[in-house]
Design a protein. Structure first.
Length: 488
């Protein structure tokens, strides 16, 4: 293979290469940097992520690279942008938190970069070997990130649970792929689709059993009920910035892979799974919201909230239309910015007091920091789906697409769940604006001026995107529609 051919092939994974090289450079800098200068590693991580984001401005050709292993199209570009935007916000939120907790090291930034690279490979995959490779790259990186506070028992327990159950999920997925290979004779998505479109019967036992195992593997990663039991403990035990990253990045990557699997590789199979996805979405959103109602820990509440949002996102999959998948991408963007924003406020509160996970820790936040209180209210309103926020736009688009496809009862159930969710989100807002016991009449003790530059930039950026997507949704709808068009 000539040098020009290699360079041509590499353009298909240019963001992955930049993120990976940046991660390696950070590890080398960390090895040779004095202890007092570790803070510069975060700046290198941010710079590399921004450069990788910049490469997405190149017009994708939609061509396959590396003998059909990856595809560079508008769908993968949209999801890659969402993934890197989430990673960038997490980096900015992490700077002060890492310094205060003593975890400021190159491994943290490198692992987040490697995880993001694996997620991008997963959404670019046009071959199931590459999809599995991307899954394992980001999974192993996140296993380590969850357990990075190695002297905390809670983090050790969370990492162990995630490794064990994540291994089962990967095993289900890989075992399912072997059955699909036996039914179709290939692991290439395009060859599978061509084979099924010509001769293969849909109700082949190997194909159905294999696709069931693949769905189970995806369901574990998405924390869909009944594969969700690991989620609250792992989210609670992990460092809060990593919890935010897991909540948004994993969902975007796995849903992107799910869409490619059932719309590109198995187009004749996914209609037969609609009833199963319907039931999975209904149970997931209901269980997630009901469990969130009983939580006194805001971190666990957001963990169960992420389960419920996985159910809402699955409604778009059930819709089985261009409008449904377009709404899915817009909702993923909205979910990323509002969820990272909510966790970012929690990180800022934790950095300024010994705890910041319990509901009572947020009492009187409006008096201590009006800036953080306003942003927390904005993000929670958006998570609840109150207009004119990004969360409202995402839910409205998803529910509209489902109604157009005839799934009215599922949408009615989703609306009821949204009302239930509004209760526990608004409960936090009420506590934030309720005066703390024994509060003095003095001015704010912890204003925005005490936030680090990274925290302020991440929270302002997430807040601005939450508002912009809610006020001008047509811009993002058009981009998402162009991205989905390549799948049909």
């Amino acid at each position: 293979m000539s040098t020009l051919t290699v360079l041509y092939e590499c353009q298909g994974i240019l963001p992955v290469l930049i993120l990976s090289v940046t991660g390696v450079v950070i590890l080398l800098l960390d090895a040779f940097s004095p202890l007092g200068r570790k803070g510069q590693l975060g700046a290198v991580a941010v710079t590399g992520t921004v450069c990788a984001l910049g490469t997405l401005a190149m017009t994708p050709s939609g061509a396959e690279f590396f003998s059909g292993m990856v595809v560079w199209d508008r769908f993968s570009v949209f999801l890659s942008a969402v993934l890197m935007a989430g990673a960038l916000l997490v980096f900015l939120v992490s700077f002060d938190s890492l310094r205060r907790s003593g975890m400021e090291c190159g491994e943290y930034y490198a692992l987040v970069l490697f995880a993001t690279a694996g997620m991008i490979l997963m959404v670019q995959a046009a071959h199931f070997i590459m999809l599995f490779l991307g899954l394992e790259i980001f999974s192993i990186a996140i296993y380590i990130l969850v357990g990075m506070p190695r002297h905390e028992k809670r983090a050790n327990e969370a990492a162990l649970k995630y490794v064990l159950l994540g291994g089962f999920a990967s095993g289900f997925l890989l075992y399912g792929l072997t059955f699909i290979y036996g039914a179709t004779g290939s692991l290439s998505m395009s060859i599978m689709a061509a084979h099924l479109g010509k001769a293969e019967k849909v109700f082949n036992s190997y194909l159905l059993f294999g696709s069931a195992l693949v769905v189970a593997g995806f369901a574990f990663k998405l924390a869909l009920v009944p594969f969700h039991l690991w989620t609250p403990d792992v989210y609670e035990g992990a460092p809060t910035p990593i919890t935010a990253y897991m909540a948004v990045g994993v969902k975007a990557a796995v849903l992107g892979a799910l869409v490619r699997t059932f719309w590109v590789a198995l187009p004749t199979v996914h209609p037969h799974w609609s009833a199963f996805f319907w039931a999975l979405a209904a149970v997931t959103m209901t269980v997630g919201n009901l469990m969130a109602l009983a939580q006194d820990s805001v971190k666990r509440m957001l963990a169960f909230s992420s389960i419920a949002h996985a159910g809402y996102l699955l409604v778009a999959v059930v819709a089985d239309s261009k409008e449904g998948l377009t709404a899915l991408l817009v909702y993923l963007l909205a979910y990323t910015v509002m969820n990272v924003g909510a966790f970012g406020v929690m990180v800022a509160v934790q950095n300024r007091q010994e705890s910041g996970e319990r509901l009572e820790d947020f009492r009187g936040l409006a008096g201590r920091s009006p800036f953080l209180a306003v942003l927390m209210a904005l993000f929670l309103f958006s998570l609840a789906g109150i207009p004119p926020t990004a969360g409202f736009v995402g839910k409205f688009m998803v529910f509209s697409a489902a109604v157009q496809s005839g799934y009215t009862w599922l949408v009615i159930l989703a609306v009821i769940n949204s009302v239930i969710a509004a209760y526990y989100y608004l409960r936090v807002v009420i506590v934030v604006y309720r005066p703390a016991e024994g509060a003095s009449a003095e001015g704010p003790a912890d204003g925005a001026s005490r936030l680090s530059a990274g925290e302020r930039g991440a929270l302002v950026g997430a807040g601005a995107l939450t508002a912009i997507v809610g006020i001008w949704p047509h811009v993002f709808w058009d981009l998402a529609r162009q991205a989905v068009h390549v799948l049909f």
